[in-house]
Design a protein around this ligand. Sequence first.
Ligand SMILES: [Fe+2]
Ligand SMILES: [Fe+2]
Length: 260
Amino acid sequence: MRILFIADAFAAAGRRIIEERVPAVRRERGIDFVIANAENVADGVGITSRIARKLFAAGVDVITLGNHAYRQREVYPYLDEEERILRPANYPDSAPGHGTCVAEAADGTRVAVINLIGSLFLDAAVSPFAVAERMVDAARAQAPVVVVDFHAEATSEKVAMGRLLAGKATAVLGTHTHIQTNDATVLPGGTAYITDAGMTGPHDSVIGVRTDLVLRRFATQLPIRFEPAEGDVRIEGAIFECDGDGRATAMESFRLLDNR
Ligand SMILES: [Fe+2]
Ligand SMILES: [Fe+2]
């Protein structure tokens, strides 16, 4: 089966290009399952239930989040109710929502998805390295395909997580930096891996935000309110394939420019 992973969807531009282009990508590339990190889809910070429903309607099967998961209060009950939207699994148990789910792909295969957050510069309640193997084993008991979105700042943390889960998870996909790395590969044992899958949204920006506002904040240290940029909208992410046992057999980074 073939899975499309969409990296950090950013603001209305990110949501729009997913709605407009993902149905065709699904058809043309023979995609069986779509996972989208959407932690920035509500104006750059968090997600709302209304936007999540739009992403599901556009063909996204599972939504993952990250450090911005709780920026929109409205979404808290929805995170508890909706099985297919995940916040980091290594957040406290008492926090809204859940961090793992199992969903069914177009071809009937069960796919488990796990959202983990890194320790460096982010508020992991528990080290992702303390729980990742156990969580992947538990997921494997429920589904042959196990995909991990590892939302982390440091390349070292992400590479280490890929190595830890090589041969155990079907894929370990890095998110959060919004800059796609050039290291998509299949690790020994059949684990698709990329250090960072990139960002789905406006790339004429500083990782999604209007360049002038970011430069003014860096130059003045003043608390300037950030706004999403608009130009050079892209989908970024990865496409990988796996066999019936959930071993990855092919992996490539994915980028689609908005060429209207
Ligand atoms: Fe992000
Ligand atoms: Fe993030």
